[in-house]
Design a protein around this ligand. Structure first.
Ligand SMILES: NC(=O)c1ccc[n+]([C@@H]2O[C@H](COP(=O)([O-])OP(=O)(O)OC[C@H]3O[C@@H](n4cnc5c(N)ncnc54)[C@H](OP(=O)(O)O)[C@@H]3O)[C@@H](O)[C@H]2O)c1
Length: 374
């Protein structure tokens, strides 16, 4: 898979599709072309393509339509310090943006950070209508829609809001709301839930297709997190590689929780392929805070059962990506070592959003649903 393509497993099921957008008064139920809706679809795809390359900024997509509805510009957030999506799309459109519409996945920002406010760029370019998906909840940057309206721009909010909020923007929105990165726990297990055999061997539990899929996932996160146990047992490289085994251009930060300093200098995770951080803490929230402070908004937890158990118990896992291989081991490590669950009523559930076959494996994706606390 080309890692720049939109990641299919984040596709939102039809039942979740945005309803406010369906209520767009311009839609009359006929098959009439709807350039703004097509533009929003494109903007969402553009945002998907820059996942993992914009943190701590959100991965936003933007499209500029000329007054006659034709697409004249498009863009996505550039890496930190670079221009925001609207500015990239406006530059792409040039003078053709005058009198046109900007279609954006996030409310244009109204503040000056490392770059100028997007609303001023939109006004300067002569944009007369702005259609966006998600309100910007960031108190520092919010107010863009009000500023545009005050300047006489026609603003429509909430188009495809659910797709945008459940897609590329999800980790960023989560981090803004909670102060810690969004955590995806990824593991490969046998049908009887083992992540390693009795002799400790764990490589190649899942098939080649699942492994390629997992590499695509690594390419869109900011950091990969494991415990020292996984480094000592498997000596993994924890890099994102393409189908040919080549390193992808941007590598996530590799993080090992290693409070007893057991990781040897010779560990593959300390090679030069990517940056690595050894943290001598065992507290999930502390580790996540440290990563958030470094700008990470999406963390992939790839640790073994001990670390996964600690993160689940601390309610620090937001989503699970499980690859289940059609194999039985009957012994060996279970995927989760203790998660503070004593009875079936306390089981942590998965709100299954996707079930897919990858070769012989079954992939299951969904957010975790925690039992009510007493
Ligand atoms: N199939 C899969 O998807 C998969 C994925 C990963 C690993 N594995 C397998 O899992 C096995 C390794 O399991 P593991 O559980 O030892 O790996 P782990 O969870 O990655 O590492 C455990 C170690 O992390 C440290 N640690 C850091 N924070 C901790 C916390 N809050 N609570 C507990 N420990 C913490 C501890 O070492 P210190 O006390 O030294 O700090 C602990 O011994 C290997 O056989 C590996 O192949 C399988």
């Amino acid at each position: 898979m080309d890692w720049r393509e939109p990641i299919p497993w984040f596709a939102v099921p039809p039942r979740d599709r945005d309803r406010r957008a369906d209520a767009d008064p311009r839609r009359d139920g006929s098959a009439r072309p709807d350039p703004e809706r097509d533009a929003m679809r494109r903007a969402l795809a553009l945002g998907e393509r820059v996942r993992g390359r914009t943190s701590p900024n959100p991965p936003v997509g933007a499209v500029i339509l000329a007054a006659n509805g034709s697409l004249v510009g498009q863009g996505a957030t550039r890496p930190p310090g670079g221009p925001h999506a609207e500015v990239v799309a406006l530059a792409d459109a040039g003078r053709k943006a005058r009198g046109g519409t900007a279609v954006v996945t996030l409310e244009p920002c109204a503040h000056t950070g490392r770059t100028g406010p997007c609303v001023e760029a939109l006004l300067a370019a002569g944009i007369v209508r702005v259609v966006y998906a998600v309100d910007d909840p960031n108190p520092v940057a919010a107010g863009g829609a009000d500023r545009l309206r005050a300047a006489g721009v026609d603003v429509v909010a909430g188009v495809a809001r659910r797709q945008a909020a459940d897609g590329a923007l999800r980790p960023w929105l989560h981090a803004l709301a909670t102060g810690r990165p969004f955590v995806t726990w990824k593991f490969a297990a046998t049908l009887d839930g083992r992540v390693a055999a009795a002799d400790g061997s764990a490589r190649w539990i899942s098939g080649a297709g699942s492994r390629a899929d997992a590499h695509a996932l690594r390419a869109i996160v900011d950091a990969i997190l494991v415990g020292s146990g996984t480094v000592l047992a498997d000596d993994p490289r924890l890099t994102a590689r393409d189908a040919n085994g080549r390193l992808v251009a941007r590598q996530p930060l590799r993080v090992v929780l290693d409070r007893r300093h057991r990781v040897p200098q010779s560990a593959a995770v300390l090679d030069r392929a990517a940056e690595t951080l050894l943290l001598d803490t065992a507290a999930p929230r502390f580790a996540l805070k440290a990563l958030h402070d470094r700008g990470a908004r999406h963390v992939l937890l790839e640790g073994g059962p001990t670390l996964a158990g600690a993160f689940v118990e601390a309610r620090c896992v937001d989503e699970v990506v499980a690859y289940l291989a059609p194999k039985l081991l009957g012994a060996g490590l279970s995927a989760l070592a203790g998660a503070g669950v004593a009875t079936i009523d306390e089981a942590v559930k998965l709100d299954v959003r996707q079930v897919a076959r990858i070769g012989g494996d079954v992939k299951i994706v969904g957010p975790l649903v925690w039992p009510e606390k007493e």
